[in-house]
Design a protein around this ligand. Structure first.
Ligand code: DNO
Length: 349
């Protein structure tokens, strides 16, 4: 297992030198702030890599290369965007990047209704309230409610909602298959593992289809192209929104098959109304058994990348929702501590 940390090169950027001071973290999960669908030029990738390396860290994973909506919708223009995607993967491969995280969620990426819910200990966290979602019209929404980039105009959004109605779940699977069959063989040649991030939360939101939601569908995804280059970013918090997803079992199953290239490990607290809030990584703080999840990675002999996931805002820190330094650093230490314990107590009775 190689411990990494997500870093955004933007206004909320956490200082790379601070990340380097977190024991056990050696790698950065980075990205270029490019418009969706644009080719990432090799020189810009190389300069990002250099910037990270100048701080004593390695650029290990790219999170993420977003998939253009026309690909997910299966529009004619998709072939142009697929060609651009492949070119980006080739450039990443040339720069020595081995893993790319991506997702196939229509329109929105991860969705929350609050970015600063106060917890009893005074920290604030991200939360999802199903009632807020059910009374929100996404076309009229106050987008501050949702943590996604409001990159679309009202008219574009309305158009996409209509198109997705026609596409439905069935069409989305077909479009995913088309994408993977075109991209995975090229990713393989470029030496880059495609690591699909599950839908977050793992159910349809605002009536838009979502398909990477649990074991049956993950099996189906992996069968589309049966290759270690068609792999997963196994995100415990996203799949953990549903109690039906038994995380330690899923981690063990897919890691043993060598189909996890990247792991996001965090905890969430499922609430009785079907919503959830993001808790500290510590098992007792939420609904997931983080020790059992780490043990599953360990017992399956996991060699890939792992990162702590969203953090709460603690100690008065201000920063990008879920992506401050302090609580994620605590998460990294907690995960590394569990890992070290697993390593050192192997065989000890
Ligand atoms: C949220 C992240 C996601 C992830 C994308 C991958 O915190 O895990 O935004 O990066 O879904 O494309």
């Amino acid at each position: 297992m190689k411990m990494t940390f997500r870093w955004y090169p933007d206004a909320h950027a956490v200082d790379l030198d601070y990340i380097r001071q977190i024991p056990g973290v050696t790698g950065i999960v980075g990205e270029l702030p490019k418009p969706v669908g644009a080719v990432w030029p090799l020189d810009e990738i190389l300069s990002l890599k250099r910037r990270v390396e100048e701080h004593g860290l390695a650029l290990e994973v790219i999170e993420s290369v977003k998939v253009h909506e026309d690909i997910k919708l299966g529009l004619k223009s998709r072939d142009t965007y697929i060609a651009a995607y492949i070119e980006t993967l080739q450039n990443l491969g040339k720069a020595g990047i081995k893993t790319v995280c991506y997702d196939f969620m229509p329109v929105f990426d991860w969705m929350r209704t609050e970015t600063a819910r106060r917890l009893p200990d005074g920290s604030t966290t991200l939360a999802y309230d199903p009632e807020t979602i059910s009374r929100t019209d996404p076309l009229q929404a106050d987008f501050a409610l949702c943590d996604w980039e409001a990159v679309y105009s009202h008219d574009e959004l309305a158009r996409m909602f209509t198109l997705y109605e026609e596409v439905g779940e069935k069409g989305l699977w077909k479009n995913l298959e088309y994408f993977l069959k075109a991209v995975v063989p090229e990713a393989e040649k470029a030496g880059v593992r495609m690591a699909m991030h599950p839908d977050d939360p793992c159910w349809p939101v605002f009536g838009l289809p979502r398909i990477i939601t649990g074991e049956k569908n993950i099996d189906r995804l992996l069968a589309i192209v049966d290759s270690p280059f068609n792999a997963l970013t196994l995100c415990s918090g996203s799949l953990g929104c549903s109690a039906e997803n038994d995380l330690p079992r899923l981690v063990y199953k897919y890691a043993s098959m060598d189909r996890i290239a990247f792991g996001h490990v965090r905890n969430i607290k499922r609430l009785p109304d079907g919503g959830f809030e993001e808790s500290a990584h510590f098992s007792r703080a939420g609904s997931l058994d983080v020790v059992a999840i780490m043990k599953a990675y360990h017992d399956a002999g996991y060699q890939g990348f792992l990162r702590p996931d969203h953090g709460r805002m603690i100690w008065g820190e201000r920063g990008g929702a879920g992506y401050g330094l302090y609580d994620r650093a605590l998460g990294a230490m907690y995960l590394s501590g569990i890992w070290e314990t697993l390593e050192k107590t192997q065989g000890i009775r």
